[in-house]
Design a binder for this molecule. Structure first.
Ligand code: ADP
Ligand code: MG
Length: 505
């Protein structure tokens, strides 16, 4: 039996603490279909993550077959995650460029099984879930329901005693949801299935037990474990871990790199994926299903900080520099046929300043290319319209709310003489930005919601509202203070002038 005893979870972000769960006490049977219901933010995901060993409780205890996990070491958790629990997420978390079969097989290879044995077993589970003829397809070629079935196959292939599902039907239509629920109900005949859902009808129809949560507390439980059942289960070993995670360092190395770095070449993504690969090794060694979730999270976090921007004009100094550099490289050591560096440099500058990108063709490609879709977290379009926003500074002066325009009026000559005419083109200090809009007409993209906390006030609810983004320790830069009229133009000018003078001495 799985027993939670007065489990509490407090998240600390900065100086703020969030009590996500409070005194949760509950026991789960060896096999039952538990649905957890509750409004968004009440702590459902937190609870599931704690049960799955993806996160740690702050106080209380979780007992697995009467053994406390309080003294669990990281490797005990590894073993528990690998052998005892399987996860299914709302967004499937399949590896996009791996086949259906590889996606499932990997869970087995990570727990030390040989490749051909793993392949056989993965194929068997996939076939049982009706995917026998889809083994070689890539996730993007499947429907949502099929992808979720692959994810379920991956979660089940290790034969875990516990299946945890966080809103697995959240992204599916009602008909497909029913298929998934049927599968989970079948699984729950022999295992413990704990599923978080928003949908009370599905819960009513399929669950053998419904637990409702509100503000981090259990408010109702339709079928708590009885004293009699508890006594009966006293000697059973339902969920105890069966073995260690076994995988050699090199196997993990090979895996994480082949999984993460398929596209060789110049793309920015490769550079990031490379660094993620390093993190990946450590994680893949320690987690199986959860790791991929985490890695994709890291990937997402990194990329939302450095989005790829495609502009209408191909005005890129970097292109010119690149061109010059490759020309120079090629030219070395081959005197007889050295290309004309000057000519190429000149033409690349010309290209750089006059080229136009075929944006409508590109837009079509971005929206329809299936392979590309799997690598993209979000796409936003803007029309290069700048907001004209003015602020009144502490001295009562009306200033254009953008540090760039201030630099332009006061220091254009100085800066351009020193850094060249290109200076202002390279600087991209846009103070006011449109928030990345969400999919399906939502105001804000999940990427933003996931990565920022509201320190004061609330998220915007209409498109004419503004937010102020602060730094990690709630810092606000002086340029931003200038933009909202809290720092005077005179003061900022003073700082700039002083520093320019110091430099030129
Ligand atoms: P649910 O899944 O029911 O929507 P969650 O378990 O995700 O809710 O969140 C419960 C509460 O804990 C929310 O207030 C949420 O903001 C907070 N929370 C969740 N994860 C974190 C985290 N990593 N750091 C800080 N707060 C968190
Ligand atoms: Mg949740």
């Amino acid at each position: 039996m799985l027993k939670l005893e007065k489990i509490s979870k407090v998240y600390s972000t900065g100086y703020k603490k969030v009590q996500a769960l409070q005194d949760i006490s509950v026991e789960f049977r060896k096999s039952e279909f538990v649905c957890i219901l509750g409004p968004s933010g009440c702590g459902k995901t937190t609870l599931l993550n704690l049960i799955g060993g993806l996160d740690r409780y702050t106080t209380g205890d979780m007992q697995i077959d009467r053994v406390s996990t309080r003294k669990y070491k990281p490797r005990d958790w590894d073993s528990y995650r690998n052998h005892t629990v399987g996860f299914v997420f709302q967004n499937y978390h399949l590896i996009p460029h791996q086949s259906v079969l590889s996606n499932v097989e990997m869970a087995l290879i990570l727990s030390g099984m040989k490749k051909n044995e793993a392949q056989k077993r993965a194929a068997k589970v996939l076939t049982a879930l009706g995917l026998g003829n889809q083994l070689e397809k890539k996730p993007a070629e499947l429907s949502g329901g099929q992808m979720q079935r692959v994810a379920i196959a991956r979660a089940l292939v290790n034969s875990p005693g516990i299946l945890l599902a966080d809103e697995p039907t959240g992204a599916l239509d009602s008909e497909t949801s029913i298929q998934i629920m049927d599968i989970l109900a079948e699984v729950a005949k022999k295992r413990l299935v704990i599923m978080v859902t928003h949908n009370p009808e599905l819960a009513q129809k399929y669950a053998t037990r419904i637990i409702r949560i509100l503000d981090g507390k259990i408010v109702s439980d339709t079928r708590p474990v009885t004293e009699e059942e508890r006594n009966k289960a006293k000697k059973t070993r339902d969920f105890s871990a069966r073995g260690k995670t076994s995988m050699s360092f090199f196997a993990a190395l090979g895996l994480s790199f082949s999984n993460l770095l398929t596209k060789k070449g110049r793309s920015l993504l490769t550079a990031f994926a490379g660094s993620i690969g390093i993190i990946g090794i450590a994680l893949i060694l320690s987690l199986s299903n959860g790791a991929r979730n985490f890695i994709s999270q890291v990937q997402q976090n990194t990329l939302s900080g450095y989005p790829l921007v495609i502009e209408q004009d191909t005005s890129g100094l970097s292109g010119v520099v690149n061109n010059l550099m490759t020309q120079t490289e090629n030219a070395q050591g081959d005197y007889s046929e050295a290309p004309s560096i000057v000519y190429n440099f000149a033409s690349s500058i010309k290209e750089a300043s006059s080229g136009k990108v075929d944006l409508s063709g590109l837009k079509k490609f971005v929206e329809t290319d299936k392979e590309l879709q799997t690598h993209i977290s979000a796409v936003a379009y803007d029309y290069g319209l700048n907001l004209d926003i003015y602020a009144k500074d502490p001295n009562g002066e009306i200033v254009f709310s953008d540090i760039l325009s201030m630099l332009k009026t006061d220091y254009q000559n100085l800066l351009e003489t020193r850094y060249g005419k290109i200076f202002f083109d390279l600087l991209n200090t846009q103070t006011w930005k449109e928030l990345l809009p969400g999919e399906n007409g939502e105001l804000i993209h999940d990427i933003i919601l996931d990565q920022y906390d509201v320190v004061y006030g609330r998220w915007p609810e209409a498109s004419d509202e503004v937010m102020l983004f602060v730094g990690k320790d709630n810092t606000i830069s002086d340029t931003l203070l200038y933009s909202i009229g809290l720092k005077s133009r005179a003061e900022l000018s003073g700082v700039l002038t002083a520093s320019f003078h110091r430099e030129s001495l």
